[in-house]
Design a protein around this ligand. Structure first.
Ligand SMILES: Nc1ncnc2c1ncn2[C@@H]1O[C@H](COP(=O)(O)OP(=O)(O)OP(=O)(O)O)[C@@H](O)[C@H]1O
Ligand SMILES: [Mg+2]
Length: 101
């Protein structure tokens, strides 16, 4: 979301977040760091990393569900959550490239 300073961006996001929570949705927050501009889906990657950060591997696997293998394409370390004992084979640069293929 972009707009002039003071336009109401933060307020709109806060209102949308409250409305979603009151409807029973879980709201994740991902930040847009200037240094991350070359990383595909950077704010989504940030949000998911934060959400699963404190979880055990099995809780993280439950949370990610069937999306786990797909998300592992953009968040390489997730591969070790989807498949217990899996070894990371992809370099982050390769994973990034996969997103564009
Ligand atoms: N639709 C609205 N109705 C009433 N007040 C509003 C509305 N949208 C925003 N405001 C108020 O206007 C002020 C500025 O809004 P906000 O902080 O969301 O702007 P912003 O776009 O995030 O600004 P910045 O670029 O500085 O971060 C806040 O006090 C906010 O509560
Ligand atoms: Mg703001």
């Amino acid at each position: 979301m972009t707009g002039e300073a003071g336009l109401g961006k933060s307020r709109l996001l806060a209102e949308a977040s409250s409305a979603a929570i009151s409807l029973g949705f879980e709201v994740l927050t991902g930040l847009c760091h200037p240094d991350d501009h070359a990383i595909p889906f950077a704010p989504f990657v940030d949000a998911i990393r934060q959400r699963i950060g404190g979880l055990s591997t099995s809780d993280a696997r439950s949370f990610l569900g069937s999306a786990c293998p797909t998300l592992a394409g953009v968040i390489p370390e997730i591969a070790t959550i989807c498949v217990p004992g899996a070894v990371l084979r992809q370099e982050p640069e390769q994973a990034k490239q996969m997103v564009f293929e």
